[in-house]
Design a protein around this ligand. Sequence first.
Ligand SMILES: Nc1ncnc2c1ncn2[C@@H]1O[C@H](COP(=O)(O)OP(=O)(O)OP(=O)(O)O)[C@@H](O)[C@H]1O
Ligand SMILES: [Mg+2]
Length: 504
Amino acid sequence: MATNGSAAAPAAAQPTASQPVQISEVRQSSSRENRTAAHSHIRGLGLRPDGYADPNSHGFVGQTHAREACGVVVDLIKAKRMAGKAVMMAGGPGTGKTALALAMSRELGTKVPFCLMTGSEVYSAEVKKTEALMENFRRAIGLRVQERKEVYEGEVVELTPEESENPLGAYGRTISHLLITLRSSKGTKKLRLDPSIYEAIQKERVRIGDVIYIEANTGAVKRVGRSDAFSTEFDLEAEEYVPVPKGEVHKKKDVVQDVTLHDLDVANARPQGGQDVMSMMGQLMKPRKTEITEKLRSEINKVVNKYIDQGVAELVPGVLFIDEVHMLDIECFTYLNRALESSISPIVILATNRGMATVKGTTSPLSPNDPGLLSAHGIPPDLLPRLLLIPTHPYTSTEIGTIIQLRAKLEFATATAPQLADNPQALKVSATLAPDALEELTRQGTNVSLRYALQLLAPSAILARARGSEGNVITGADVNEATALFWDAGRSAAQLKDRAGFIA
Ligand SMILES: Nc1ncnc2c1ncn2[C@@H]1O[C@H](COP(=O)(O)OP(=O)(O)OP(=O)(O)O)[C@@H](O)[C@H]1O
Ligand SMILES: [Mg+2]
């Protein structure tokens, strides 16, 4: 890089001209983009249009019956025929229950609320167990409201924050107002806006050439997309191009908004203003933390029902997924029974890896020998008959091998640019598995568990690199070394048992 005063520096390498390039380079090499989560290879259920599952599609391998069953559930939810029903996925650890739930949420898209919780989340010192459950129930029920709003809409032609001296006399300058010019098909309009809107504009990353709309009464700013006048511009980002809005810049517009009942509860926890959906929605902008009472909820239900009857709002029952449901106790289960029968209810999907187990909360501390209420999957017998069960089965060694290969491809690939992560050509592969390494990992996956084999991937790659492996190829020896360094729970428990025997 040219130094500041260098006369030999070419014009293009002037510090000011090269600065933006530097910033983008820094962003691309950020290690945050490289992280992969446990389920990031799952992109959907991988079903064909006829509803049958492909053996290997969308990152999902095998488990075809469960995937097909989940596909039927997704269809029922989309047709709004499933509210108030409950499904449970039951199967051993690592058989893909959580992965199935995430795939379902991907299939449903962003318009259907999907609330994911874990059984143990209900235990908190501050909030009652049933309250936490109810809150999540309400998060899973959406309301689509149509509202007529006064908006300014157009393509941004000018965006100038006007500065003034800081009134407090400090050195900095403050923004006194924002000048913005919007263009629509019928004309342009220059607006002088409050500085608070400038923050919203920055948050949405609005720049010249974007199509935005600004709500006149709340000042909320929404970026719609990039104006299609710019669509020929060379741009690496996956942009959404939209046409320049028709009509005047200032107009009345029907806006459809999606909120959940929980959003409405929170917004109205301290009621003020009128009792209608519009004023409820207006208060969404000012979240406060106050207690949500049962009375408030029933008030909101009443208003919501009235608006549904009038055709202004539409109910969108979503999904409440409770993972590790055996962690709930008997009180929560009875509450769940009741909540499922209420008139506004989402579809509830449960998942557990327990076989016969004691229902939590049924043992008495006074009689330690009492086994409590023993029931299938740790779920009380009065809830079980209400559930449709989807079993998940252990994987064959071929399936385990394929899943490991899939994961390895994802874990050992670095996206060259975050926007292109979905495009395989844009991935730089940092390590590969040799056939004997895959064999060894598959053996660990079959003998110990799929999870253990997947967890060995990253350490094996590091060991291969440390040994200076040519082309970063992971061999069976690397996997064996990783297995020696990192134990699985079973091996550790066996060792402890041996030692205990030795001491005794
Ligand atoms: N059929 C599959 N195809 C691809 N990946 C899978 C499949 N099944 C499971 N996995 C992956 O294996 C790992 C373990 O699966 P998952 O967490 O879904 O198991 P689980 O059934 O929820 O287990 P637990 O009962 O212990 O919670 C995850 O990384 C998951 O993405
Ligand atoms: Mg799980």
